[in-house]
Design a protein around this ligand. Structure first.
Ligand SMILES: NC(=O)c1ccc[n+]([C@@H]2O[C@H](COP(=O)([O-])OP(=O)(O)OC[C@H]3O[C@@H](n4cnc5c(N)ncnc54)[C@H](O)[C@@H]3O)[C@@H](O)[C@H]2O)c1
Length: 359
């Protein structure tokens, strides 16, 4: 099994890369998983993979059951968390039991949060099934829900005990969701790894045709970039905030659209917007902005959109938690592979950047 180790002291764990689910039971055994398991998933992934995973666990001696909540970001709520906790009680999970988060970032964030609070914390495993969750959200231990129109405003740091990535699940993912995941993938190249960015430029067709070897290679590089940042700054006191590249404006666009546009599509627009701020500040030249735009276009992103009013996006930015002493935090590109953090972006720069990404 292809593996990567995330080094977080007592909270260390492995990420496994595979083209099927067959190795999952052995990996659970290796982390000394308890008999009692609850597979938490959403209503879409339930139909596709829940039976296969649950039966595999039962065949291997686990007392496993499935709980599914209604799919969609709009259900990333406290009501859904209470539903998961209710299922834990009904299935008889105790403090030694374990949850298996089978699904995309919404499932991972919610099962992780439920695992953080159920009986003051039980263990959980991430089995991500979207590109976004396989390249980003399943690694790093951030869990949470949306509340009062604010994204991920309630949550906890709770590291998984294992991440098991089956890249073949991407074959059933709707194209729009694949594009969304590519937002975080391209982000990783821009913030941290020029070679990976070049790899993405060179392999557009192979990535889009879901070549298994390329997907595993891509997943491994993504996870190692994310893990390396998280290892240096687990609780986001500094470096980890660079992962928010494109998110300050992106999250606000996502909220202003009432989550009708995918997370990654909004992050793509957000990355273009902050790159424009960097260009106007003379930090990057126009070639870099155009190159970022062309890579996004190659992976089917819209780099301009009919946006809600700029004032509304600006309002949502101020509801976000990416602030220090009341000032918004931004991540700006310095070159491909390096970014810097700043809190001195002016309202004028923000409105001009929103105008730039508007159709
Ligand atoms: N914790 C973190 O560090 C972190 C990082 C980035 C994003 N996030 C969060 O992740 C969430 C977005 O995650 P997402 O993009 O995976 O969304 P998602 O979980 O909503 O999944 C997208 C859609 O794809 C469906 N789906 C999942 N796997 C499938 C498969 N293999 N085949 C067919 N359909 C499938 C889902 O049911 C859903 O309808 C957001 O809530 C965001 O805040 C968290």
């Amino acid at each position: 099994m292809d593996k990567l180790h995330v080094n977080l002291g007592e909270d260390s764990y492995d990420i496994c890369f595979s083209a099927d689910f067959s190795g999952l039971a052995a990996e659970l055994k290796a982390i000394d998983a308890p008999k009692k398991l609850l597979v938490v998933t959403d209503s879409n992934v339930e139909k596709l993979y829940a039976s296969e995973v649950n039966e595999l666990l039962i065949e291997n001696g686990y007392d496993s059951a499935v709980y599914a909540f209604k799919a969609g970001e709009e259900n990333k709520s406290m009501d859904s968390i209470l539903g998961i906790c209710g299922a834990c009680i009904e299935h008889g999970l105790d403090r030694k039991s374990m949850m298996i988060a089978l699904g995309g970032g919404v499932v991972g964030d919610m099962a992780g949060f439920a695992a953080a609070i159920y009986m003051r914390g039980v263990r959980f495993v991430q089995v991500p099934t979207t590109l976004l969750s396989q390249s980003d959200s399943s690694v790093g231990g951030k869990t949470g829900i949306d509340f009062m129109e604010s994204k991920n405003i309630l949550g906890a740091f709770h590291q998984p005990k294992l991440v098991y990535i089956n890249v073949s699940t991407l074959k059933t993912l709707p194209e729009e969701q694949f594009v969304s995941g590519m937002g975080e993938v391209i982000k990783h190249g821009i913030i941290r790894d020029e070679k990976f960015y070049a790899f993405l430029k060179e392999n557009v067709d192979a990535v889009k045709s879901l070549d298994t070897d390329i997907l595993i290679k891509m997943a491994k590089t993504n996870c190692s970039i994310k893990a390396n940042v998280v290892e240096q700054d687990e609780k986001e006191n500094g470096l980890r905030a660079i992962l928010n590249f494109g998110h300050t404006i992106g999250h606000a666009v996502e909220s202003a659209f009432n989550f009708k546009m995918t997370h990654g599509a909004c992050v793509g627009l957000g990355m273009v917007a902050v790159s424009k701020i960097a260009l106007d500040r003379g930090m990057i030249d126009e070639g870099i902005l155009k190159d970022i735009e062309s890579v996004l276009c190659a992976y089917n992103f819209d780099i301009r959109a009919e946006l809600p009013p700029a004032e509304s996006i600006y309002g949502f930015m101020h509801k976000d938690k990416k602030k220090t002493n009341g000032r918004l935090k931004f991540v700006l590109p310095v070159r491909i592979g390096e970014v810097m953090q700043t809190s001195d972006v002016t309202d004028e720069e923000i409105f001009s950047a929103i105008k730039y990404i508007s159709k």
